[in-house]
Design a protein around this ligand. Sequence first.
Ligand SMILES: *Cc1c(COP(=O)(O)O)cnc(C)c1O
Length: 390
Amino acid sequence: MNKDFNNWLINEVNGIKKKNLHRKLIEIESSMSPEISIGKKKYIQFASNNYLGMTTKRQVISRSSKILEKYGTGTGGSRLVTGTSDLHNKLERKIAKFKKTQDAIIFSSGYLANIGVISSIARKGDLIFSDELNHASLIDGARMSKANIIIYRHCDMTHLEDELKKIKSNVRKIIITDSVFSMDGDIAPLDEIVSLSKRYNCISMIDEAHATGVLGKDGSGASEMFGVQKNIDICMGTLSKAVGSVGGYVAGSKVFIDFLKNRARSFIFDTSLPASNLMTSIVAIENIQKSKKLREKLFFNINSITNFLKENNFEYVSSGTPIIPIIFGSEIKTLKISKFLFDNGIYIPAVRPPSVPKGSSRIRITLMSNHTLKHINKLKALLKKLKAFR
Ligand SMILES: *Cc1c(COP(=O)(O)O)cnc(C)c1O
């Protein structure tokens, strides 16, 4: 190996370690259920985005494995060459119906969807208005475009409007926000985003990664919850969280989806998803649409933990979603707390910069519909102990 390069790498990694920001991968030897296996030991996890337990649902697995047998393991090409099967088209139609838009398109991941969309619609001289807590994939997409980026304070619509007012010229303006924020779990005020977009002639784009399957009467997301499905120009989300599969989707008008098929580089130059994964998404979305039961169970658990944190004076974010962070601030303290939980059989990783702003390190609890009373009570008991020894 190149010696200077090697020394530089060692130096960089040591720097990360000194700041208590070094991360290691934890190897999990089981499915992503509330109980997982790490190093041959069982743990209860409150860390996954598999909110509805969809990844282990029997019906989803059996219908996907039939497709795996029939279509094989891969597509051998990008969507524009050999990579479009009937299931790709079927899933896209299903998502358009689910999201109440004219059309939809599937990317291989939400990350790829975001960079593909933003870099293809935002041009030099355009303005992107971005919430300060937006997901990294939105930030990266904005950076890839040649547009100017204006960051507004988290969910602060007054600040956003102040920034919009300053723009006199007729440039293209795009407002981009997570609908549910990935690290805080709170919900963006989509009604106000829509009305500001109208008033200031902006394009609106929302990221429903954590809202899909969770919010709204039919579970299609926060845009449904606010009743603004028809007013958002670009609605994207992932199939890898509550849907329990893999892939990213974008829902919008016919001409917009057609444009993306021709211009989004992360769509054009990327091998398409295998058919079995698409079947997973199709069956999962059918389940989400047809039954409220999983969402009801999920919200029962959300309310149970939220009430507990409130009663016990924890510094938490009251989000109304399955993401409930408890903020401790310092990296070391958060790491210690995460370790204490782990030593007692509960896996919740410490979330530190750059995932969250400096000084706001936290343990980020995420809940699933199939967490049982036993799981929830064990978490509560440990958090109580934590309060006692702090
Ligand atoms: C997870 C996530 C993504 C990325 O989706 P993947 O399908 O995992 O690539 C994008 N945006 C937000 C807000 C996310 O939480």
